[in-house]
Design a binder for this molecule. Structure first.
Ligand code: FAD
Length: 117
C-alpha cells in the first residue's frame, strides 16, 4: 500500500497529544510501581508504534536518552526533549519546553484521571 503522509502526520499529532498529556497527569511524586509502569509504557509505545520507521528511530532515541520517570516534571521535560529531537530530524521548529506546564490539558478536571493527586 502507498504511503499516506496525511494519515501519518495525523497519527503523529494524536500520539504526541496522548504522550504529553499522560506526562502532564503523571504524579508529581510517583511510587516505584508507578514509575516502572510509565517506563514500561514508553518502551512498549516505542516498540508498537504503528509507523515502523518512526518506531525504530524512536527506539534508538530511547537508548540514547532513557525515559525519565522519577516524577511529573522530569517525565514532561524528558518527553518534550525527545519530541524536539524528532522535530530536529524532521526539520520542524523546536518547542520551548519551559512552556510545557499548562499546555496539555486532559479536560478531565481535578478528579477522574487515572491517578489520584
Ligand atoms: P507534531 O510534531 O505532531 O506536534 C504536534 C503539536 O505538539 C505541535 O503543533 C506543537 O503544538 C506541539 N509540540 C511540538 N513539539 C513539541 C515538544 N517538543 N514537546 C511538546 N509539544 C510539542 N513522522 C515522520 O514523518 N517520520 C518519523 O520518523 C516520525 N517519527 C515519529 C515518532 C513518534 C514516536 C511519533 C509520536 C511521531 C513520529 N512522526 C514521524 C510524526 C511526526 O512527529 C509528527 O507528529 C507529524 O509529522 C505531524 O507534525 P506536526 O508538525 O503537526 O507537529
Amino acid at each position: 500500500k502507498l504511503e499516506n503522509a496525511t494519515a501519518k502526520a495525523e497519527l503523529g499529532r494524536a500520539s504526541w497529544r496522548l504522550f504529553h498529556t499522560m506526562m502532564a497527569r503523571f504524579p508529581e511524586t510517583p511510587t516505584a510501581e508507578e514509575s516502572l509502569a510509565l517506563k514500561t509504557y514508553i518502551q512498549l509505545f516505542a516498540r508498537l508504534y504503528p509507523c515502523g520507521d518512526c518506531a525504530s528511530h524512536f527506539q534508538k532515541l530511547l537508548k540514547k536518552y532513557p525515559p525519565q520517570t522519577s516524577g511529573r516534571n522530569a517525565a514532561a521535560g524528558w518527553a518534550c526533549f525527545v519530541h524536539n529531537e524528532v522535530n530536529k530530524r524532521l526539520k520542524k521548529e523546536q518547542f520551548d519546553c519551559n512552556k510545557i506546564g499548562d499546555f496539555y490539558d486532559c479536560g478531565c478536571g481535578e478528579e477522574g484521571g487515572a491517578k489520584k493527586e
